[in-house]
Design a protein around this ligand. Sequence first.
Ligand code: MN
Length: 295
Amino acid sequence: MSFLDPDQTTLLKLAPCSPGDADAIVLPVPLEMTVSYGQGTLRGPSAILEASTQIETFDEEWEFDFERDLRIHNAAPLSSDGGRVKDYLEGVAASVRQYDGKFVLGLGGEHTVTWGLIKGLSVSPEDLTVIQIDAHADLRDQYEGEEWSHACVMRRVLDEGCRLIQIGIRSTAREEFELIGSEPRVQSYYAHQMHGSWAAILETIGLIRGPVYLTLDVDGIDPSILPSTGTPQPGGLSWSETMQVLRALSSNKNASWVGADVVEFVPSPNPPGCDIIAAKLPVKILASWATGRRK
Ligand SMILES: [Mn+2]
């Protein structure tokens, strides 16, 4: 069990809490091994934690008081030793497993980490619905000869037997497009159709039953809001739409939200402020999850 390094920054500068006493676990997974273009996801989790110290611990949108109402264990970052990606991901799964059913929020790192985070959940994958906010489908069987690539991660998740709801997709290979069209377990809302079918997207989320996991690739969000990611694409979810997805999920009483991640953030001094905008994502996810849990 990894306890907090006294020098480590906690999310929102909240008081450290042991895993046993915590309601939720924040787990930094700074993997950067298969990124294809911009680099820097390695520094994503530490930049998000550092910037989160500038964010209010009260959230007016969810009327949620982090200092009063939530205990978070900030796990030590799981660093990669440069070995095989699959071994790292198995280590992520083992780490999640030790938290024994608690809500785990992973901070990436490249998107590949999502497989390990999901694999460690204490729910059977056949029962799990994964909501993926992303510009890219990440459904290739292999990318540049690697099956454990960030470009293949949702295909690996699908291999586990999960159901997948994708929102904001605007970059797909033909292989992925055809899989989306033929695989009944995948429901994709492409960015070019998304705004016209927004009510249907929220309704779909509201109708989920059973365990749900949210993976939020920051490139799913409109890069005019958050450009600081390795492979940005124009268009995507507005901030408000992103928050509506969180609300639809947390207010669904038939769904149990079991974990989440924020991945592919690449800290950058330009334009200024990206770190704080990115840091608001895990904060909003936790406020939303904790509010829904109390209903
Ligand atoms: Mn992705």
